[in-house]
Write a protein that binds this ligand. Structure first.
Ligand SMILES: Nc1ncnc2c1ncn2[C@@H]1O[C@H](COP(=O)(O)OP(=O)(O)OP(=O)(O)O)[C@@H](O)[C@H]1O
Ligand SMILES: [Mg+2]
Length: 296
């Protein structure tokens, strides 16, 4: 008999008990079929991130790519409204601890895993926390909860095979952003800004966040939004109300590309409010984003 062999209920050399996997410990399984994950970010709010992200998704879908978009703005989700999918209720699939679909007569326990099925419209798979919260409900979550909720919007979704998964990030460069861009296997980021100096100084923060050595994710480039104003009745006129080529200067300063310029046009705002993104039809938004998309 081996004198080192320990008999009895406790064996220090035996297999260590594995901690139970909690449903919120999200794995990367749902991203297995996704080729590129691109964050759409900005340092500043209201520069048109969501507008650009939604229209870029629609543009990529019109170009024949398989596209999904996760609205990672848990505090102010705008994707349901901008895509006319408000009120949609995503289907939720429940799996048992072995990964098999839970029979309808079985109770959902802590070991079960829920996977959300995205809402499809305009050829894009959309997911947003807005589908689970009432529009008027102020989302006053604290950091860790918000962080978990937005990771669920990305990791607990049946994306399937996608060429592009876009993430519409909330404005800013705070803890939530850092945790997200650190934990999600991003292929790269797009920074959205407007040409005026205040918005540009925030671009700097965005660029620095992705270039932070602990994050170190490539930046595809900047998309300048509201580059000039074009009135509907004078489609060839350009009024540079926020200054000209601000993002071009910024792109040169940081050695990144200016991916495209989107004009300020009333129909873009109307399209956003009506749930019909401007890029669903040919025009300045679709053509600007089509050439930007070719660089992704
Ligand atoms: N190029 C444009 N032309 C006209 N209106 C625009 C344009 N881009 C954005 N808007 C409008 O500006 C408003 C803000 O845009 P949006 O919600 O996309 O910004 P955001 O950066 O995502 O904001 P937040 O920081 O709150 O998430 C919206 O009403 C949108 O329709
Ligand atoms: Mg937004």
């Amino acid at each position: 008999m081996n004198p080192n062999e320990i008999k009895g209920p406790y064996n220090p050399n035996g297999p260590k008990p594995q901690p139970k996997k909690r449903p919120l410990e999200l794995g990367m399984e749902q991203l297995a079929g996704v080729k590129k994950i691109i964050a759409v970010a900005s340092g500043k709010g209201g520069v048109g991130k969501s507008t650009v992200a939604v229209n870029l998704a629609v543009t990529l879908a019109r170009m024949g790519y398989k596209v999904g978009l996760a609205d990672a703005d848990v505090y102010g989700p705008s994707v349901p409204k901008m895509t006319g999918t408000e009120g949609a209720v995503p289907e939720v699939e429940v799996y048992d601890e072995m990964g098999y679909p839970l029979p309808p007569d079985k109770e959902i326990t802590d070991d079960c895993k829920e996977i959300m099925v995205p809402v499809e419209k305009y050829g894009v798979k959309w997911m947003s926390i807005g589908y689970f919260a009432r529009p008027e409900q102020a989302l006053i979550w604290r950091g860790p909860m918000a962080c978990n909720a937005l990771k669920q919007m990305i990791l607990q979704v049946r994306w399937g095979e996608l060429d592009f998964l876009l993430l519409d990030l909330p404005p800013g460069t705070g803890d939530i952003h850092i945790s997200l861009v650190h934990d999600i296997p991003l292929t790269g980021a797009i920074i959205v800004s407007t040409p005026q100096a205040v918005a540009l100084s925030d671009v700097e923060k965005g660029v620095n966040m992705f270039r932070n050595p602990q994050i170190d994710k490539p930046i595809y480039g900047i998309i300048e939004n509201m580059s000039w104003f074009t009135p509907a009745e004078l489609p060839d006129n350009r009024y540079y109300i926020f200054g000209k080529d601000g993002c071009k200067a910024m792109a040169e300063k940081y050695g990144i590309e200016l991916l495209g310029q989107i004009p300020l046009v009333q129909s873009v705002r109307e399209g956003g409010d009506e749930g019909v993104p401007a890029a669903t039809t040919d025009g300045p938004v679709f053509s600007a984003l089509k050439s930007a998309a070719a660089k992704l």
